[in-house]
Design a protein around this ligand. Sequence first.
Ligand code: PLP
Length: 396
Amino acid sequence: MTRFDSLFRQAVEALQAQDRRRVLRPMTAAGGARFERPDGACLIDFSSNDYLGLSQHPRLKERAADWALRYGAGSGASRLVTGTRLLHEQVEGRVARLKKTEAALLFASGWQANASLVPALARLSSEQMGAAPLVFADRLNHASLHQGCAAAGVRQIRFRHNDLDHLEALLKARDSDPGLKLILTESVFSMDGDRADVPGLAALAERYGAFLCLDEAHATGVLGFQGAGLASEAPEGVHLIMGTFSKALGGMGAYIAGSRALCDWLINSASGFIYSTALPPAMLGAADAALELLPDLDAERTRVVRHGETLRQRLHEAGLRTGASSTQIVPVMLGEAATALSVAARLEADGMLVAAIRPPTVPKGESRLRITLSAAHTEDDVQHLADAVVRLCGVA
Ligand SMILES: Cc1ncc(COP(=O)(O)O)c(C=O)c1O
């Protein structure tokens, strides 16, 4: 206890009063998209991002264990000190082949990659173009991209979500301004499950000389040829592809893929790369195995897509709104934070774990359930969830 604790308590109580308090809840993964709570209750998991069920795949677990046993628990230092192993280069090679880029660079997490990339590109703009960058960002971008902009001290020029006409108007208005023009967006939006028009973005980037950065955290593994993500819809048109091993790839860590020159610059400028310890062998082993498996997982990709379609159809028939979702992420729009919390609690009482997403993660008045589907779910799991959501949301 310290004499500052009353400040912390008051701050948390203020969040509680707005239904915005967050708490940690331990769970044990039980396989088959199930979690076990400490009281022994078994819950079907509709809340994690393990879209292909790979976090429990024997090949990932074995390689993680094997590489830890052979190479050690940690990497000991930043990649630029003594942290670089052949294993890092092997995994980077696999990422670059998947993404069809010249090179790739690993980061400890997706958050870290995004928080580092904007400052690195901002520095490039200042040093090489003599002016700060102009950052055109989708309004619904992930918090880590906002963090990167804040760290770089850039004021974002935000375009309406997935509205390429608005983006074009903003690009046109600043066409003659100096500095690197960056377009920052996700390819599948984490809280909405909708997709960006990647060929359209690439065409705008080309027309206005902008550098297109695509966060493929939720697309990689699930969408695109062999799970390569949506950048594959515009080969050559995306200049930087960021993705993670922490979602469909079942492990932890992230990467930025692009040209060799881009990766060389990031090695020299991305603070989350330079000043952070290299990914450890176990995590590299899991990533390596996931990347090896990915081309053979078409059946899993098809299953997860079908689960999304089944669920959306059932919810729409019952009059529920799922926004523009067209992927394995299905939001159920409920409006008030208290409603989302109460429906999530009742689903949990019925044995299903679904996240209630509230501000500031989503805009005020847009609280929702965020349902995530996995190839590890059975059709019965999805039907069971749909029945419960329809019943609890009171529109059946
Ligand atoms: C779109 C997006 N980008 C980046 C991240 C961060 O990735 P990580 O969990 O690996 O830090 C997330 C994860 O929540 C995300 O949803």
